[in-house]
Ligand binder design. Structure first.
Ligand code: MF3
Ligand code: CO
Ligand code: CO
Length: 246
């Protein structure tokens, strides 16, 4: 959706605030010993407390309100009775629908005392997003964002996942254009004033290749290295982009 009216912008902002509140609630709740299903319940309650609905529930058969991806799981981890442990890293990805508008964001949280390597990986996912957002301006192209994310990530020795991408967002969770985390400058869809996209680096401590579990959802690194995810919903403008989920 190319966001034009004040009403549409406000709709995207409001849905995004719900997502941010649910991420914050998950962050406060996460501690050693809680199950990923309990984290998901906190997310769902928070979303519903705003009168919003969790978009992922029922999306192509996905069962839960959030995706909770631990350690070597990159994205789309299904909440379960598995507990998170001291030293784990937990990625929480949430999409919420409010008044016809979608917001989508993800963070990777440390559980208890986490190794410096894992903290650096988490920080690198956020920094890769920030490298990409530098190029999120009308007049540029999607490939400018993609190449900046890739360059930042790979220069630091991390892998950048290619099987999944960021995306446009609006009345639907996934809209054109795709926003890959790798690519070449001056290629891809033109960035336009009012365009709403999700920029979401998924980065790995080792190789970028991923495999999918037999559940059909869980995306893991092929080499079992840990992964981190950082996603925000963003409105492109002629100047500074508006980051809606921070
Ligand atoms: N939130 C994810 C994204 O960033 C999509 C969720 S997949 C679902 O695009 F199946 F859980 F809905
Ligand atoms: Co998401
Ligand atoms: Co997304």
């Amino acid at each position: 959706m190319i966001v034009k009216t004040d009403q549409e912008r406000n709709g995207m902002r409001a849905a995004s605030r719900v997502v941010k509140a649910a991420l914050d609630a998950a962050e406060r709740f996460i501690k050693p010993g809680v199950t990923t299903l309990e984290i998901d319940a906190v997310v769902e309650e928070t979303i519903r407390s705003f009168g919003a609905t969790p978009s992922s529930k029922g999306y192509q058969g996905y069962p839960n309100a959030s995706c909770i991806s631990v350690n070597d799981v990159v994205v789309h981890g299904i909440p379960s009775l598995m507990t998170v442990k001291d030293g784990d890293i937990v990625s929480v990805d949430i999409t919420a629908l409010l008044n016809g508008y979608q917001g989508d964001a993800a963070r990777t949280f440390p559980v208890g005392n986490v190794s410096p390597q894992n903290l650096a990986l988490i920080a690198a996912a956020k920094a890769a997003f920030e490298a990409g957002i530098e190029y999120a301006k009308a007049g540029g192209k999607v490939g400018d964002i993609s190449s900046a994310v890739q360059l930042y990530t790979e220069l630091r020795g991390y892998g950048v996942v290619r099987a999944l991408t960021g995306h446009g967002i609006g009345h639907k969770m996934h809209e054109p254009p795709e926003v890959p985390n790798f690519g070449k400058r001056n290629t891809g869809a033109p960035l336009k004033n009012g365009m709403c996209i999700c920029i979401e680096p998924m980065i790995t401590a080792g190789d970028w290749r991923v495999v999918i579990d037999r559940d059909g959802w869980t995306v893991r690194t092929a080499d079992k290295s840990n992964a981190a995810h950082y996603e925000n919903t963003v409105i492109i403008t002629g100047g500074e982009p508006e980051i809606l989920t921070v």
